[in-house]
Design a protein around this ligand. Structure first.
Ligand code: PHB
Length: 394
C-alpha cells in the first residue's frame, strides 16, 4: 500500500486531516484500531468552538451540525449559588460556540470521506512506524491477521494518548509535562429536556457540577467525584440529588429524567514540547490532553490539523518545508493557551481544598471579580469561544 500521507486514527483529527487534504488533491489513507461502531458510538464532549465551526463550514461538512447543533451565545458561571452570565457575542465581536456531539462530527466526517471513495481501514492495528527520518516512512499494520506495510511521504499520528505515534517519537527529542488532578468527573446522559438554555459551570461546597446538553430532549451533566469512585456507588437518585444541590441558584429548578449513560473520566493535563520528528507528526490527544473543563479537547485537535494541512499544502504545492519545520512552534502557542485556560477553569470551579480555606477564598475572589469586571469576563469569553487563528504568530 502506498499513499502521500499515512494517517493513524479516525477520530476528529485524522478525519478532518484526510477530508481537508483531499480538497488540495493530496492523497491519504486512514487506519483505525477500533470498529466503525465503536468510534461513532463513543461518548465525548460536545462543545464546538467558533474556529472548528468555521473549518467544518469551509470543508462543506457542517450541514447536519447547522441543522441539529444548538448555537450558544453565552455561558453561566455559578459559585456558592450565585450566578454570572458571560455573553460571548457581545464580548468577542460575534463569536459563539455550538453544542453538537463529537461523535456526530465523527459520523459526518466518516460519511463524507467514504462517500467520495476515501480509504479508511477499521479494526486495523498500526504496529510500527519506521524510517520517519528518511523520505520514505512506513507504517506497519495488521489487518485480518495479515501484516502489511503502508509506504508514505509523511505519517500523521492522530491516534490518541495511548497510540503508537506518541510512543514512537524519539524520547530524547521532547520534554513532557503532566498534572494529575485529585478528582474525576462522573458524567451522565439523560432523556430529559435541559433545565437551562446555556451551559452552567458551578462551584459548590460539595464539589463541581456542569449542566450541558445534547438536544432539546437529551441533557448531559457532570459532577466532581473522587478519583477512586465507582459508578456503582452512584444511584440515579443520588446523582440527581447531588446535581440539584450543586447547580442550585435562586429560582432554578433541575428537571430529572431517565439516565441512559454513566461514566467516570479522570482529569489530567499532559503536554510534550515537540510534535514532530523527521516525517512523523502528532496531532490531537496523541500530543496533548487537557482537562475537560472548557471543552477544548476536540477543538485543539482540529486546530493542530489546520497547521498540519498548511504545512503539507506548502510542501506539495511550493516544495517548501518551512511550514513543516515550524509546525510544533505554531501549534504549541494555542495548545499552551488552552492548557492554561482549561487549568484555570478547572481550578476555579472544582473543590480543591476545604470549603472556606485559603484556596477556596482565592477561587471566590476570582468569582467576585468576575461579577464586576467586563475585562475579566472578556478574558473568559474569548478563551471559551477560542481565539482566532490570526491571534497567534504564524
Ligand atoms: C459536554 O457537553 O460534554 C461538555 C461541555 C462542556 C465541557 C465539557 C463537556 O466543558
Amino acid at each position: 500500500m502506498k499513499t502521500q500521507v499515512g494517517i493513524i486514527g479516525a477520530g476528529p483529527a485524522g478525519l478532518v486531516l484526510a477530508n481537508w487534504l483531499r480538497k488540495y488533491g493530496i492523497e491519504s489513507v486512514i487506519i483505525e484500531l477500533r470498529s466503525r461502531e465503536y468510534v461513532e458510538g463513543r461518548v465525548r464532549a460536545g462543545l464546538v468552538e467558533q474556529n472548528t465551526k468555521d473549518i467544518l463550514k469551509e470543508l462543506g461538512l457542517d450541514a447536519r451540525m447547522k441543522k441539529e447543533g444548538i448555537v450558544h451565545d453565552g455561558v453561566y458561571l455559578s459559585f456558592d449559588e450565585e450566578r454570572v452570565h458571560i455573553p460571548f457575542g457581545e464580548l468577542t465581536g460575534g463569536r459563539t460556540i455550538s453544542i453538537y456531539g463529537q461523535q456526530e462530527i465523527v459520523k459526518d466526517l466518516t460519511d463524507a470521506w467514504l462517500q467520495e471513495g476515501g480509504q479508511l481501514h477499521f479494526e486495523t492495528k498500526a504496529t510500527k512506524i519506521v524510517d520517519f527520518d528518511t523520505k520514505n516512512p512506513k507504517i506497519h499494520f495488521e489487518k485480518d491477521g495479515e501484516e502489511e506495510i503502508m509506504e508514505c511521504d509523511f505519517v500523521a499520528a492522530c491516534d490518541g494518548f495511548h497510540g503508537i505515534g506518541r510512543k514512537t517519537l524519539p524520547h530524547k527529542s521532547f520534554q513532557s509535562y503532566d498534572i494529575t488532578y485529585p478528582f474525576s468527573w462522573l458524567g451522565i446522559l439523560a432523556h430529559v429536556a435541559p433545565s437551562t438554555d446555556e451551559l452552567i459551570y458551578a462551584y459548590h461546597e460539595n464539589g463541581f457540577a456542569l449542566h450541558s446538553l445534547r438536544s432539546e430532549t437529551v441533557s448531559r451533566l457532570y459532577i466532581q467525584v473522587d478519583n477512586d469512585e465507582s459508578v456503582d456507588n452512584w444511584s440515579d437518585d443520588r446523582i440527581w440529588s447531588e446535581l440539584s444541590k450543586r447547580l442550585a441558584t435562586p429560582g432554578f429548578e433541575l428537571e430529572e429524567g431517565p439516565i441512559f449513560e454513566k461514566g467516570i473520566t479522570p482529569m489530567r493535563s499532559h503536554m510534550i514540547d515537540s510534535l514532530q520528528s523527521g516525517r512523523l507528526f502528532l496531532s490531537g490527544d496523541a500530543a496533548h490532553i487537557v482537562p475537560p473543563t472548557g471543552g477544548k479537547g476536540m477543538n485543539l485537535a482540529i486546530a493542530d490539523v489546520k497547521h498540519l494541512v498548511d504545512a503539507f499544502v506548502d510542501f506539495y504545492t511550493n516544495n517548501s518545508e518551512v511550514k513543516m519545520e515550524s509546525y510544533t512552534r505554531i501549534a504549541l502557542q494555542r495548545i499552551w493557551r488552552a492548557q492554561d485556560f482549561s487549568n484555570f477553569m478547572t481550578k476555579l470551579f472544582h473543590k480543591q481544598d476545604a470549603h472556606g480555606s485559603f484556596t477556596y477564598r482565592l477561587q471566590k475572589a476570582k468569582f467576585d471579580y468576575l461579577k464586576v469586571s467586563r475585562a475579566y469576563k472578556t478574558t473568559i469569553a474569548e478563551n471559551y469561544v477560542g481565539l482566532p487563528f490570526e491571534s497567534f504568530e504564524m
